[in-house]
Ligand binder design. Structure first.
Ligand SMILES: N[C@@H](CCC(=O)N[C@@H](CS)C(=O)NCC(=O)O)C(=O)O
Length: 250
């Protein structure tokens, strides 16, 4: 049996160490965890927060271990067994490890048979469609802006601000957010009338808007939807606003 340790802060804010053991089948099993389901990754990451929103909304019993790639906490041999690229988020559910945030999102919703990821073939395909659109175009655009405007100066990252990438990100948002605005002008939620995974994906992707000085008020339906979503208990269970997380580093 192999054993190792990763330091982390539990969701309750208490310092704790989590022991990992490797089973004969080489699957990482967290020992000493309070919950069987563990979500890894700093709340600085909107991809991590997407999963926390979903787990909170579904009412899953989970533990959040906010490992930071910037502190090297995702490069330990133990964590690399969970995510071979050392990225966040990742998840361990009992003896099952998974990475890639949308794969984890689908797993969590499916595990709970939640209507946020419908079973019916076409309804599910529409949710997948909007999740992909949000992930590749909206999240992709926002992260380019966020990385250059916030991450590089805040963490004094040893790279130059890439203004072309920043402008690309803004151009993506200018191109793709009107499509989301049109959708939310006609429907209560991103993939139609029902709350789905696509809403959580979009909410998390747009969370950095204020700290990255991206003005979303020019999209009234989107702004209204965002206000409704951020009033939900799943959001308050994470923070009052995403900017609280960023401000804590200033
Ligand atoms: N497509 C992946 C992206 C994962 C990713 O790039 N995560 C970032 C943080 S949001 C990360 O871990 N960066 C640190 C690194 O690349 O080492 C997902 O959705 O999970």
């Amino acid at each position: 049996m192999l054993a190792g340790w990763i330091s982390g802060l539990a969701s309750g804010g208490h310092s704790r160490r989590i022991k990992f053991q490797r089973s004969p089948r080489a699957i990482i099993i967290p020992a000493g965890a309070l919950a069987m389901l563990i979500l890894y990754g700093s709340p600085f990451s909107s991809r991590v927060n997407k999963l926390r929103y979903i787990a909170n909304h579904i009412g899953l019993d989970y533990e959040h271990v906010p490992l930071s790639p910037l502190k090297g906490e995702t490069r330990t041999p133990e964590y690399l067994r969970i995510h071979p690229a050392g990225k966040i988020p990742a998840m361990v559910d009992d003896d099952f490890a998974l990475f890639e945030s949308m794969a984890i999102a689908r797993y969590l919703a499916s595990k709970a048979a939640s209507p946020i990821y419908p079973q019916e073939l076409r309804a599910r395909a529409i949710v997948d469609q909007w999740c992909e659109f949000v992930t590749h175009h909206v999240e992709g655009g926002m992260l380019k802006v966020f990385f250059n405007r916030v991450m590089i100066p805040l963490f004094k990252l040893p790279v130059e601000v890439d203004t072309r990438s920043e402008q690309d990100g803004l151009a993506w948002l200018d191109r793709y957010l009107p499509i989301i605005e049109g959708q939310l002008g006609e429907h209560a939620h991103v993939a139609g009338e029902a709350l789905t995974l696509a809403d959580f994906a979009l909410l998390a992707a747009l969370d950095p808007a204020e700290v990255a000085s991206v003005d979303l008020t020019t999209y009234p339906s989107l702004t209204n939807w965002r206000g409704r979503m951020r009033d939900e208990p799943f959001y308050a269970a994470c923070y009052s606003r995403y900017s609280d997380i960023v401000d804590a580093f200033r």
